[in-house]
Design a binder for this molecule. Structure first.
Ligand code: HEM
Length: 285
């Protein structure tokens, strides 16, 4: 309104208001969607590592987990397509999360320079963490997509021998090695930033700004310790798991299309079924 008056162009108030850019709720909604998708993916990765690392207990346990996802213990027959459905849902979430993250990537030389200047001025460790998150996220665009396409298209080839064969003979281990570090660093920083951003563990009293700042700083310190602890835990677990698949893959390297079948389901059976085995399932998947 002021500008139109100054230019001698007196406008009716309602018309000027109608032309003024309206504040949109969309940036906030997209931010929330990015946080929520990141949180879901982070939680999924914890579960993923728990399932994949069952190989450290025994090939038999890893086999049972894969067959559980294929519905074998419900239908008495394995349906790998069920795994594809889960992969498709995770892939959709991953693509949405990556798409939303693109909004935050510096897009030009000028923006990178501005970021560098800000980072040098602020000298805040969390700014450096953000840069690590951008870098590892960029790597994951490619690495995780390759892995997800593989899982989507060949869900029946997941199992102790099948996975070990892929990791060793299929030479996926270098990709998994890089992806393991990228995902654990990315996820650890992401969950930490979520906790800080949405004040999950804050509880500071805003009425006393000095006390509130001290509490916030203490919470951040604790969260950062937790973040590093989780990243190190999952990287160590992931390295041990990868080593187990590589060792098994090396041992069966000469087998042609190896499939794991537990001893009691082999034909003829090589052992009695364990006590937990459902008696109504007599046949191999
Ligand atoms: C529903 C989707 C997914 C399924 C079914 C799945 C399944 C598997 C399986 C079976 C393995 C063992 C190796 C193999 O069989 O090739 C594996 C390894 C791995 N996956 Fe996934 N995965 C999924 C999604 C993801 C995503 C989204 C990421 C990361 C962004 C990821 C990261 C990894 C890593 C880093 C390893 C190596 C594990 C290690 O070093 O211990 N996976 N995955």
């Amino acid at each position: 309104m002021e500008r139109s008056l100054a230019s001698g162009n007196v406008e009716h108030g309602t018309a000027a208001r109608a032309r003024a850019p309206r504040k949109s709720r969309w940036p906030a909604r997209l931010d929330l969607a990015q946080s929520a998708s990141g949180l879901l993916l982070g939680l999924f990765m914890w579960a993923h590592m728990a399932f994949v690392s069952t190989i450290l207990v025994s090939p038999e346990l890893m086999w049972a987990v894969t067959k559980m996802f294929e519905g074998y213990f419900i239908f008495g027959r394995a349906y790998p397509v069920l795994v594809s459905l889960v992969v498709a849902a995770v892939f959709a979430l991953f693509i949405a999360h990556a798409g939303l993250a693109l909004r935050k990537f510096p897009a030009s030389f000028g923006q990178y320079r501005a970021f560098g200047q800000q980072a040098a001025m602020l000298r805040h460790p969390d700014t450096t963490l953000w840069l690590w998150q951008v870098g590892t996220g960029f790597l994951l665009f490619f690495l995780a997509s390759a892995h997800l396409v593989q899982m989507l298209m060949q869900p029946g080839l997941i199992g102790p021998y099948e996975s070990a064969e892929r990791v060793w003979n299929g030479r996926w281990w270098p990709i998994y090695l890089v992806m393991l570090f990228a995902v654990e660093i990315h996820g650890g920083i992401g969950l930490y930033r979520l906790a800080v951003k949405w004040d999950f563990f804050g509880g500071a009293d805003p009425a006393d700004p000095v006390a509130a700042a001290a509490i916030a700083a203490r919470t951040r310190r604790r969260l950062k310790r937790l973040k590093w602890g989780l990243s190190v835990f999952f990287i160590v677990l992931g390295l041990a798991t990868l080593a187990a698949y590589m060792k098994l893959g090396y041992e069966i390297r000469h087998a042609d299309g190896p499939r794991y079948v537990p001893a009691w389901l082999q034909n003829p059976p090589q052992a009695d079924p364990p006590r937990w085995w459902p008696s109504w399932i007599q046949e191999a998947p």
